[in-house]
Ligand binder design. Structure first.
Ligand SMILES: *Cc1c(COP(=O)(O)O)cnc(C)c1O
Length: 277
């Protein structure tokens, strides 16, 4: 029985939230908590290392200890944002998944990391479900490039600068953000400017941008031209009286290499900004 937790602070889950929802009694009418799953980053926002450490410490002190799992598909984003090292975050968990697609740009998807017995069990289950691979070097080569060039090489951190640029362009024009821009996601508060998703999408089509909603996800291929077009989309949807004069725009001439679009996972509200080749 999964129990979903909404953070009381409106930003990230803390130990207090976990304690409030964990089922520690052995009352057989309830499913005792055996596993805590966190997601970092979540909606582009970072769970601070300190909170992960506090939750892990508490979980491990329970009897029996509660296992910790991290959906770290975008953990890379928290790390390049300076929130903590991969090592320190992973030390809080018994198992961690990380994704080589998304912002990193390699095909295929995620790996699961844990101690050997856990990984062996996962391999067994994968084989049972027909997911085994042979000669996997072809795809691990792409994963290696994504780690070495996109993550370590600085392309990922550059997407955060780009996202902040988009966020301040929106705010500069009089828009509001629905959530803070901490990594590569910008959440335009469309409701605040009385703009429907359909209206945004239509304004995007006019500029040659494929937009799916107020969630703008920046990846390393997003170039100046795409940001300029997005600025014109913003002008088209913002009510004239709200609009401020000026307001951001692209700068710098870098053109980032080829990679994958940061697709919206789960929600249907991702945004793909494509550059001309
Ligand atoms: C993409 C994503 C997943 C799924 O990754 P797969 O590679 O398809 O297994 C899980 N969680 C989050 C938060 C994601 O963004």
């Amino acid at each position: 029985m999964p129990v979903a937790i909404s953070p009381a602070n409106g930003h990230h889950v803390t130990l207090d939230d976990v304690k409030k929802h964990a089922i520690l009694s052995d009352d057989h009418h309830f499913a005792p908590t055996r596993l805590i799953c966190l997601e970092n980053t979540l909606g582009g926002t970072v769970i601070p290392l300190k909170d992960c450490q506090e939750i892990a410490q508490w979980a491990r002190a329970q009897s029996p200890p509660i296992a910790m799992h991290l959906d770290g598909a975008r953990l890379w984003e928290a790390v390049v944002a300076g929130a903590g090292s991969l090592h320190d975050y992973c030390a809080c968990f018994d198992s961690v998944t990380v994704c080589f697609s998304k912002g990193l740009g390699a095909p295929i998807g995620s790996i699961i990391c844990s101690r050997a017995p856990f990984v062996n069990k996962a391999r067994h289950l994968r084989k049972m479900m027909g997911g085994g691979l042979r000669q996997a070097g072809v795809i691990t080569a792409a994963a290696r490039v994504s780690v070495e060039e996109t993550f370590v090489g600085g392309q990922l951190v550059a997407t955060h600068t780009r996202a902040r640029e988009v966020a301040s362009m929106w705010e500069g024009k009089g828009g509001r953000l629905a959530q803070p821009t901490e990594t590569n996601m910008v959440w335009l508060d469309l409701e605040d400017v009385n703009c429907s998703t359909e209206k945004l999408v239509a304004a995007g089509v006019k500029e040659g941008l494929k937009l799916l909603g107020g969630r703008i996800v920046v990846h390393y291929q997003v170039c100046d031209e795409a940001v300029e077009k997005l600025g014109r989309v913003m002008d088209a949807i913002l009510p004239t009286q709200r609009r401020k004069v000026g307001g951001g725009g692209g700068e710098g001439g870098e053109r980032w290499g080829e990679g994958e679009s940061e697709g919206g996972w789960g929600g249907g509200d991702g945004v793909i900004l494509c550059c001309s080749p």
